[in-house]
Design a protein around this ligand. Structure first.
Ligand code: ADP
Ligand code: MG
Length: 340
């Protein structure tokens, strides 16, 4: 085969760089939900609202009552690699915020129409930044930030074609919100679709939040997990073997507050069930693993859905042990529900 003629090396325009980078983090409306809710939580929000039109494709708005962004920094917020969350490698290694890459808003603005409306703590009024025109104008809202995302992938039609039906995209958006809601029962969440209230979860305890977000039965059919070993704290709820499901659709693992998919942890939990879970039955759980940030690398995946532990064996062993202990308790408790 003959190679195509060589073309000279050129630097890509910024816009295209952002669109390529966006491919890694923005796959569908649910990815935008994940990024915007991360930002709202990092801003210290106590209430977060998600408003969707057409499964989030036509319009996706996240409103929070967090600290806001000063007008002088609004243009920076949508610039690539611009962040208020880290300043140095040391800070990256100890990062406690959900975000740190300074990429999400830039990525979203390269594949959708984006506007930020924000009122910084103590500012006399809000400001609105239209990402496309760069225009800043006075606006009205209380303290906090609204991020408005319209017509996702309008300028990348090939990617827009990959989107599924409105109902499917809505489902993914709701699942993204559930992941956050389970991790932050202290924060209130409201979600609207086409002007109709879909879900509302008021700030409450973990058990209450789990009951509302997953289902009432999960709480009575699960046991509390609680273990502390050195720099490691494992807590949450794990479903009893009887409550195992045919699908792995109720498995939530968080490392330092961030939802992750981790084979090692999934395996550790599964192995705790050992002989009591038959065949393809899937355990259900909501498990939080908190560990000194220096002992886990969160910068291995653009969406941060994967992490790398410095000592995976130790994590595996402790998670397994914690879940075994929780399940053993249930066998001697005559099925009596734990105190929530
Ligand atoms: P990152 O979250 O990694 O810093 P983003 O692109 O998501 O990058 O956001 C860029 C910056 O914009 C953040 O560092 C933060 O300072 C600011 N920002 C974004 N969303 C909000 C929000 N909802 N409230 C306050 N500040 C925000
Ligand atoms: Mg962010």
């Amino acid at each position: 085969p003959t190679a195509p003629p060589r073309r000279s090396i050129c630097e890509l325009p910024d816009e295209l760089i952002s669109q390529i980078a966006a491919g890694e983090v923005v796959e569908r409306p649910a990815s935008v939900v994940r990024e915007l809710v991360d930002n709202a939580l990092d801003a210290g929000a106590g209430q977060i609202q998600l408003k969707l039109l057409a499964g989030g494709v036509r319009s996706l708005v996240v409103e929070d009552d967090g600290c806001g962004i000063p007008d002088s920094e609004l243009p920076l917020a949508i610039k690539r690699h611009a962040t208020s969350k880290i300043r140095s490698l040391d800070e990256l290694e100890a990062v406690a915020t959900m975000g740190f890459r300074g990429e999400a808003l830039a990525a979203v603005s390269s594949v959708a129409e984006l506007a930020l409306v924000s009122r910084f703590d103590g500012a006399p009024h809000a400001w609105r930044l239209d990402a496309r025109s760069g225009e800043l104008s006075p606006a009205a809202r209380s303290r906090g930030t609204s991020v408005e995302v319209r017509e996702l992938f309008f300028n990348t039609p090939a990617r827009r074609k990959f989107l599924k039906s409105e109902g499917t995209e809505l489902g993914h958006c709701l699942e993204a919100l559930r992941r956050h809601a389970l991790a932050r029962p202290d924060v209130g969440f409201t979600v609207w679709h086409e002007g109709k209230l879909v879900d509302q979860w008021r700030a409450s305890s973990l058990a209450q939040r789990v009951a509302e977000v997953l289902n009432e039965d999960f709480v009575s059919q699960s046991r509390e997990v609680m273990a502390e070993v050195g720099p490691l704290r494992i807590h949450g709820r794990v479903g009893l073997p009887e409550a195992a499901r045919s699908r792995a659709d109720m498995q939530y693992v968080y490392v330092n507050g961030r939802y992750v998919r981790d084979k090692l942890i999934a395996h550790a939990i599964r192995s705790a069930f050992d002989d009591v879970l038959h065949g393809q039955r899937q355990p259900s759980y909501v498990l939080f693993i908190d560990i000194t940030p220096e002992l886990v690398d969160v910068n291995v995946h653009p969406t941060k859905i994967e992490v790398r532990f410095r000592d995976g064996r130790e994590i595996h062993q402790q998670v397994r042990r914690a879940v075994v202990a929780a399940l053993a308790l249930s066998r001697t408790s005559d099925g009596v529900t734990d105190d929530l």
